[in-house]
Write a protein that binds this ligand. Structure first.
Ligand code: HEM
Ligand code: HEM
Length: 148
């Protein structure tokens, strides 16, 4: 079970990255280029939402079976930087990123003006991407390579 969830969570990261980056480029282009908020924008935002939410869901399941998530042993986990990262830091940073992306998507749906819609996605998805990249750099694992 650990191996299956690990591979799913590890592999889905590529879809999360690419969907997020395409949605971001389209949002910045729409914002600065004064473009309409099109169906293409909506579709890439939706693909980003589905992949990041699914990634978070796999992550939560993975958390319960990973030998590196030592939530029953917090005292020891805190003293070891690898265990602390996988028990606390990864989860907190990644959930924050997913929340930022979800807020951006919700705002872009509620706002009426095309420029404001693009801006909400550009800013919140952009912040989400920064937090995800920071978390992955912090993990010490390769950004775009499977570690084991
Ligand atoms: C956008 C959200 C997320 C992204 C992009 C992400 C990304 C990653 C990456 C790149 C890895 C390393 C995979 C490898 O070494 O091949 C990983 C591992 C892991 N993630 Fe996430 N993650 C996210 C959310 C979460 C959440 C919300 C949780 C827990 C609640 C979580 C729990 C874990 C666990 C337990 C591991 C495995 C550690 C191990 O056993 O080696 N992740 N994640
Ligand atoms: C950990 C479990 C999950 C939680 C807590 C969660 C929570 C949320 C929240 C709070 C929203 C925002 C709703 C709004 O805009 O008002 C949302 C939207 C969304 N979620 Fe999730 N979600 C989860 C899992 C999933 C999964 C597994 C998928 C798909 C495979 C998914 C796909 C979506 C999509 C597509 C939207 C955006 C809908 C739209 O823009 O119309 N979520 N989710």
């Amino acid at each position: 079970m650990y191996e299956v969830l690990f591979q799913a969570h590890s592999g889905l990261r590529f879809i999360v990255f690419f969907a997020l980056i395409i949605a971001l480029i389209l949002a910045f282009a729409g914002w600065f280029g004064g473009k309409e908020f099109t169906k293409t924008n909506r579709i890439f935002n939706l693909v980003t939402m589905i992949s990041t939410h699914l990634q978070a869901l796999f992550g939560i399941f993975l958390y319960f079976v990973s030998p590196l998530a030592q939530y029953n042993n917090m005292g020891e986990a805190m003293k070891n930087s690898t265990l602390r990262y996988w028990t606390v830091e990864h989860l907190v940073m990644m959930l924050l990123a997913v929340v930022l992306i979800t807020i951006g998507n919700s705002k872009s749906k509620k706002l009426l003006n095309a420029s404001a819609k693009h801006r909400a996605v550009a800013i919140y998805f952009g912040l989400g991407l920064i937090v995800i990249l920071a978390a992955i750099v912090q993990s010490g694992r390769p950004l775009l390579g499977i570690s084991h």
